[in-house]
Unconditional design. Structure first.
Length: 224
């Protein structure tokens, strides 16, 4: 597989996980990549010929077992490199994706397994996404968003979307993975969630709070 083909199978897999759907429409792929539908259709046909995807008119495209294995291999490499770049080289989490994107395509299985052992066999990357194991098994990512909480909830961040503006927004407020947030107000009409973090309050617009995932660990009243 070349780099473009690897990018496609990885994107199809990630979109299927996010949407919880088997088939991804070519128009949706085109929107994600910023390509024309015709260009995406041509690549889908190539992947179909290589038996990496299945295509059904009016439904879209989904990965075959072979395609899924390739996608998980790329995702495993990408997320392990993110851990390395952050923990060993000290890169900011907003810079991890682009660097790991280049490295993932040039990583052999031997290097990948040694990197995995060297890093202490991490379970998740620095954005909280689960790292597939060598057999392609992958845990389900944290899926409860911050916006699904209620006033008084204590919320532990377990995953954030790998989206630069979001990462910059959180970094400016010194909010990171595994931090605890207390929900102090929720304006349903205005779509604003106000949280307390380390003694400071911050307002999150609905679309931002929906890109931060984790778990409710307790009610505020239970930890005072």
């Amino acid at each position: 597989m070349n780099k473009a083909e690897e990018d496609y199978v990885k994107m199809i897999y990630e979109m299927a996980v996010i949407s919880d759907q088997s088939f991804i429409r070519t128009a949706e792929l085109a929107e994600q990549f910023g390509y024309s539908v015709q260009s995406v259709t041509e690549m889908v046909n190539k992947l179909h010929q290589k038996e990496l995807v299945e295509f059904k008119p009016y439904k879209g495209v989904r990965l075959t077992d072979s395609g899924r294995r390739e996608a998980l291999r790329m995702i495993r490499a990408h997320r392990l490199w993110e851990v390395f770049l952050s923990e060993r080289l000290g890169l900011e989490w907003s810079a991890l994706h682009d660097e790991a994107e280049m490295l993932e395509h040039a990583t052999s299985e031997t290097v990948l397994e040694r990197l995995y052992d060297y890093l202490g066999r991490p379970a998740v990357c620095n954005h909280g996404n689960p790292i597939p194991d060598a057999d392609g098994n992958v845990a389900r990512p944290a899926s409860r968003s911050l916006y699904e909480t209620h006033v008084g909830d204590c919320f532990k961040i377990l995953r954030v979307q790998d989206y630069k503006p979001l990462l910059a927004y959180l970094s400016q407020r010194n909010i990171k993975l595994h931090d605890q947030l207390i929900v102090i107000n929720k304006d349903h009409f205005g779509g604003i969630l106000t949280i307390e973090h380390q003694g400071s309050s911050h307002a999150f617009a609905k679309h931002i709070a929906q890109m931060v995932y984790g778990e409710v660990t307790s009610k505020d009243s239970e930890i005072k």
